[in-house]
Ligand binder design. Structure first.
Ligand code: ADP
Ligand code: MG
Length: 286
């Protein structure tokens, strides 16, 4: 199989046909222990036609922390995010949520287990409104099936007021309260990025994986993003932050992992990573 064909776009086809019982998003991994479950990549390798995009990499994401993932272009950051969120399956190694092995679980099951994500290049439904795009993220909680949610929004308006109210609140939270009814294709770049975050949050996730959320943002917008990320952490969500704006990373992250050509070269506290000679040599520069 051509590895490229594993890549899935965010569109209705991702979720079409998924039966969505109400309350299905109740955490499935927390039952066995009282410690909140961590989302972990355990010694994962991902091979694409002979190239190891990731080679024996481990990472654990804790609830209520911001974990930075940095490294040069092509070092495997998005691949790791795709493995954690179910867009790829590891060639070897495992993805675990608490005691559960999710390595082979598809995107939908991971979403129901509380793993949300955004994309390096925003993927929105352009002809739907901001509010409609955000409420689609709530599909694990919808009483109706996903197709009904997508194609019968007036019906959803009657049935799922709570989801719309929640999505509205989240949109105000990320600063999009003034454009609820604007079509997504009329948003500027920063607005699209914040809408993706709101859509992820509508899932009421335990973990959210953000792929270069500061890409293309102005310094003021990055400041706003930093506040949003801190708010998520304080609410107990584990945030994985894949990012090139390293001053932003070192400011908001509790821990940082560095990749280089598919290998983990350093992980630790922001200051430990920032001052690490190898990290400086391969990525940060002198
Ligand atoms: P990063 O996000 O750090 O820039 P990626 O994870 O996107 O890096 O890519 C890591 C390596 O894996 C790159 O060499 C890239 O070309 C390769 N790669 C990523 N996805 C695929 C794919 N679907 N098919 C083939 N190669 C891929
Ligand atoms: Mg990437």
């Amino acid at each position: 199989m051509n590895a490229r064909s594993e890549v899935q776009a965010f569109d209705a086809a991702d979720y079409a046909g998924v039966a969505v019982p109400s309350g299905a998003a109740a955490p499935s991994g927390a039952a066995a222990s009282t410690r909140p479950a961590q989302l972990r990549a355990v010694q994962v390798t991902k091979n694409f036609g002979g190239l190891n995009a990731l080679d024996n990499v481990s990472l654990d994401l804790r609830p209520g922390e911001v974990h930075g993932l940095i490294g040069p272009n092509g070092s495997g950051k998005t691949t790791l995010l795709n493995l954690l969120s179910g867009y790829y399956q590891p060639t070897s190694g495992a993805i675990r949520l608490g005691e559960d092995d999710l390595s082979a679980a598809p995107v939908q099951r991971r979403a129901r287990a509380g793993i949300a994500r955004t994309f390096q290049k925003p993927r929105l439904l352009p002809m739907l409104s901001v509010l409609e795009n955000a409420v689609l993220g709530a599909w694990p909680h919808a009483r109706s099936g996903f197709l009904a949610t997508t194609f019968a929004l007036p019906w959803v308006r009657r049935e799922d007021h709570a989801l719309l109210a929640q999505a509205t609140e989240l949109l105000y939270g990320v600063g999009l309260g003034h454009v609820l009814n604007r079509r997504a294709n009329l948003l500027d770049h920063a607005e699209q990025r914040f809408l993706e975050i709101a859509r992820g949050l509508a899932m009421r996730p335990r973990f959210i994986l953000l792929d270069e959320p500061a890409g293309g943002l102005t310094p003021q917008e990055i400041e706003h993003l930093a506040n949003v990320v801190r708010t998520l952490r304080d609410s107990g969500i584990g945030v994985l932050l894949v990012e090139h704006h390293t001053d932003f990373v070192f400011r908001v992250c509790d821990r940082v992992t560095t990749l280089n050509v598919g290998r983990m070269i350093r992980h630790g506290l922001p200051d430990e990573v920032r001052l690490d000679p190898e990290v400086i040599r391969v990525y940060l520069g002198a």
